[in-house]
Design a protein around this ligand. Sequence first.
Ligand code: URP
Ligand code: ZN
Ligand code: ZN
Length: 461
Amino acid sequence: MATIIQNGLLVTASEIFQADIKIENGKISIIADQIGSKNEDTVIDATDKYVLPGLIDPHTHLGIEGTLDDFESGSKAAASGGVTTIINFTEPDNSQTYLEDLTEWRAKAKNSIIDYGFHSIINKCNPEVIEQIAKLPDEGVTSIKLFMAYEENMVNDKEMYLLLKAAKKAGIVTNVHAENGNLIDLLIEEALRKNNTKPIYHAYTRPPSMEAEATARALRIAEVAEAPIYIVHISCEEALTEFTRAKERGVIAFGETCPQYLVLDEDYLKTEDKEAVKYICSPPLRTKKDQEVIWSKIKSGSISTIGSDHASHPFVNGKENGINDFTKAPNGLPGIESTLLLLYQYGVYEGRITLPKLVEITSQNPAKIFGLYPKKGSLNIGSDGDIVIFDPNKSTVISKETQKQGTEYNVYEGINVHGRIDCVLSRGQVIVEDKEVVGKAGHGEYLYRNRFTSYSHEGSL
Ligand code: URP
Ligand code: ZN
Ligand code: ZN
């Protein structure tokens, strides 16, 4: 039995064209002008609708203690937003090895309804750690993440250099959270001493200069280590200036931003504190000018990917703890299900990027960088039948009333966007239909990702 999507407008990273598409045994088997069907086939009519490759969200934090989305609820939310693959972060547990962390996280993820992989967070450096890094690709993990901020996890420059070298040798790409944590901690102490505790001081104590400095330093260290580097959640013009310079020097660097840095700004942190505290994330929300600079860097190809950085901290017993002291609010925003809708509205509909560009940054590029291409990230013969059918003639209101993610709030509450996600398929099986998630827990498969290779950074990447 096959699934055939008829009369749709197929969107790839390079073109939009009318065609039918057939999926057999989970994989795309034919793309042609017209594909006939047999009685037993599932036929989906996509007249006047776009047919896109499923999104790959390369930056999610499902399953974190104290958050509201485990892999089942979080993957259902993701699927409802057209995401068919996630790459989630592990969390280091200092009583065990990183390989043991991975085993634990794989077990946590077995109820996912969409396919998944992991980036291993590495928070120390010694000879045993270097040995473990060398073994990660055999377990399907070909990316790690290092922090330059957050005392419990951050590594110093020397450690970063050694870890980048070890990663490169193993065929691993290194994600870096680039903020100068030491100085930020000092700025926070100063703010608290002056009783500057409102949510907006979260942004004032993590200024763009501290993101730019760390970004420049990480890129220089990667340059010396001759290692590929991926800067996560870039939020501001200053960091992008450093990033673009490094790319021009020939550093193998990839940049990611998040919908929140394109759609929300620091004014949200200045609203009534009860509301403002919901918007605490790191790096913090920036200005409208930063948003436009980020869009221009997406358009020019400097920024390669979009990650949601989904972290579903509750308001009650979570975010609310920071109302009178911003340092007590957990960092991170929920948003795993809104990426496609927001990028379509603010990017494509408002004329900042084309639809093929949207496909490039949400699907093709993350697949290439993180060792999933061409299994994922494209509408090619032989690729997995991970597909979104998107109706540009309908609209959607983003709201906590209709969201699938677990939080009691939605940081995009009330935003009315053009476009509606009609149907989502994972490996040929319908997992979202008429706004309902019909995919089954456990349908998702663990992805053994390929090592980082030179083809990963071909073209506009
Ligand atoms: O504020 C954020 N981004 N929290 C999630 C953890 C991280 O730094 O990615
Ligand atoms: Zn981070
Ligand atoms: Zn994150």
